[in-house]
Design a binder for this molecule. Sequence first.
Ligand SMILES: [Zn+2]
Length: 503
Amino acid sequence: MLLVPLMGELLAACSRPLRLLALATILAGTAFACAPPVAIAQAEADDEDDEDDDRPRRAERDEDEPTDEDEPSGNRVGSALVTPLGQASAGKTLTLDVPKNALGFHLVAVSAAGSELGIQRLKSPSGVVVFDEFKPKNGSFTIGESFEGTASVQVPANDLPQTMPLEKGTWSITLGGSGSGTVEARIQTSDGGAFKGGVLDLHVWIPAGLQMSVPSPLHTVDATRAASDPDISQRVNTFFGLLQASFGIGRGKVSFHAAPAGLRMLSTDALTSQAARVPSRMEDAQALHLVLSNDLLDGELLGLSPGIPGAPTHMKTSMSAVMAAHYEDGQPTDVTTDALTWLHEMGHFVGLQHTTESDGTAFDALGDTPKCPNRKQNTVCPDQGNLMFTGEIPSPPIVSIGQRTVVRSSPIYRATGGTGALARPAAMPITIQPPRYTRSGRALRPLEQTLLGALCGSARFDLAKLGARDAAIADLRAIADDADVVGILRTKAMRTLERMGAR
Ligand SMILES: [Zn+2]
């Protein structure tokens, strides 16, 4: 297994197995006792919210600054080259010229009214099909179909010779589904087509009345005060520390925006759809939009990405923002749990899939992430340390070289050496505490880990994998009544019992 060197060193330094949980979640429990708080070099650790934050970078940004000579002319969003491919119908094949300075590209098809236009097939310049029937080759997931009028695909999403490194030249894109729509590519660029760093801008949407705690007592946060709120700041700092350590992408500008009070409890699909569209009045830009809430689908989820990928840099689609819930019921979700959720959902948003789904029958499309076939509740999985696992994962999480390449290929961040010509941000150390899932600090039991693995909106949760029904019901009831366990886990146990007709 290939690990990020820093992560490998951290893991090697810990003699006990690190454990974490899944999906949008990561767990650690007592296993973290071996790991002191993790100091991670963080870019731009000083304050976010401040409009002056990106001083040298903004000064150096020049929309007209040339990069590689072969770059086609066109509009840009920061370091991403915007290439409109026009209006087209299902069945049509389009072409995209990918320049030598490309790291990767992102395609978005927005359907006309009454249409469900999807991205069905991609062929590399050398004629190799790397994506077919709406799926990346070697992948299990269908991702290129229209969702509420938007379809999106990130290349690379797998690690074929044509995608990693990215083949340059003319790619063919065949549309599927039904009807017609508008297709556009956004190509992330960097001098020479090699990753040289970059920064991520973060827009945090705060619904009126949002409740926060940890490390502070319970209080209400509004957008105007979020920048100075210690609970928000610590989560932002931890998110960027994990981002830098995992992907080598630093901290950019952080902004806070007011969201409607109705988005504080994202208890229905209609509300999550509304949240995914929340940046719609903003101009397209390279940034992650994150909607914070105090509920996601009735206590079932910690985090949700509207697509794998979503539509990063597009502000006016049905897939423009990710969501994360901070729970206050019982034991609140802590700083690291929430920040890991943000990073996991960002992973989905730029094209990372779960390494193994909780049912053990579906996997990501990358060859360098371990998999866990035929997974059952008590299976010890080789990928359980990974950021994109749906079960146990350690903190800080492991990411593979392939996963890192997918993230760095996304247009979501402002790439150093791209058309944005960013300076490399300074690194500053921050301390990341381990996440906490029990008051006592004990390690989570297998069923607790399984439940935590189902707290991401992209996860499939198979009740059959819980084992014998009577024993599972007894265990779930014990979790639901256990005041030692974080509140979201107790709620998940209750919801699972309800679905089993046993509550
Ligand atoms: Zn997930």
